[in-house]
Write a protein that binds this ligand. Structure first.
Ligand SMILES: [Zn+2]
Ligand SMILES: [Zn+2]
Length: 253
């Protein structure tokens, strides 16, 4: 079959599927024309993160004071990762969409989230050798049945052509959920809990890694994972998340 005939068939199948399951807004499920999008009501409610932002952690600045600026928090305590980027701000508008994906089995949002992440992290993905997710402990994986970050990593692998290793990092022990913990408690909670999967010892020397998660809160988890990857021989680690908490404490300097 020629390529155009295959494309036509795919389009017909998509149209037939859309007729049975009309695409819905990925936030409120209101019917819309194209799948994997937000409706006209939800779109303007979200806060998309764009330049200017901290060169290191991606914290958005209110005004552009020059290129390559680093926020106060990163200057005071540089993270183990090189760069972190996110698509949108985690706030009251995006919270249900993000938590629905994390906890409510709405895994059908993964391709749409990954499409946005691909755009926000294009440079990071271009510069990397391997994509890997923040892991869940296997007990939580059984409860939840999927690792939401691993799904995003696999979708990003399809989009970028870079290999994803979903079980590159593992959790040695279960940890309390980071939700509701202070920044200090979050740091303690994830200290020393990650290790390279013994079955994946072949992590290439000097590999450049993109670490994927759904939400960046204080950065304690991705920082701990980054340290694990760096001590296993990674050249550098960049972090790509769908959303991130934006607190006023990272003021620009
Ligand atoms: Zn909507
Ligand atoms: Zn920063």
């Amino acid at each position: 079959m020629s390529i155009s005939a295959t494309r036509l068939l795919n389009q017909l199948q998509k149209t037939a599927l859309d007729a049975v399951f009309p695409p819905g807004c990925i936030n409120c499920a209101e019917p819309i024309d194209t799948a994997g999008n937000l409706c006209a009501q939800c779109w303007p409610d979200m806060t998309y993160i764009s330049a200017p932002f901290c060169e290191t952690c991606g914290f958005p600045f209110e005004y552009n004071a020059g290129n390559g600026l680093v926020c106060g928090a990163c200057l005071k305590q540089p993270p183990a990762y090189t760069r972190a980027r996110a698509v949108l701000k985690y706030d009251t508008a995006s919270r249900d969409m993000v938590l629905g994906y994390k906890h409510a089995d709405q895994t059908n949002r993964a391709p749409a989230f990954a499409n946005w992440m691909y755009r926000a992290g294009e440079k990071l993905l271009r510069d990397c050798d391997i994509i890997c997710p923040v892991p869940l402990h296997h007990r939580r994986l059984i409860q939840r049945r999927f690792n939401q970050s691993a799904l995003l990593a696999c979708e990003l692998s399809k989009l970028s052509g870079k290999p994803a290793i979903p079980d590159l990092i593992i959790r040695k022990r279960p940890t309390r959920s980071q939700g509701g913990l202070s920044a200090k408690a979050r740091l303690r909670n994830v200290q020393g809990v990650f290790e390279i999967n013994p079955a994946r010892r072949e992590l290439p020397e000097n590999a450049r890694i993109v670490l994927v998660d759904d939400v960046l809160t204080t950065g304690a988890t991705v920082n701990s994972c980054s340290k694990t990857l760096l001590s296993a021989g990674a050249a550098n680690v960049d972090v790509l998340t769908f959303s991130r908490v934006v607190r006023a404490t990272n003021t620009a300097i």
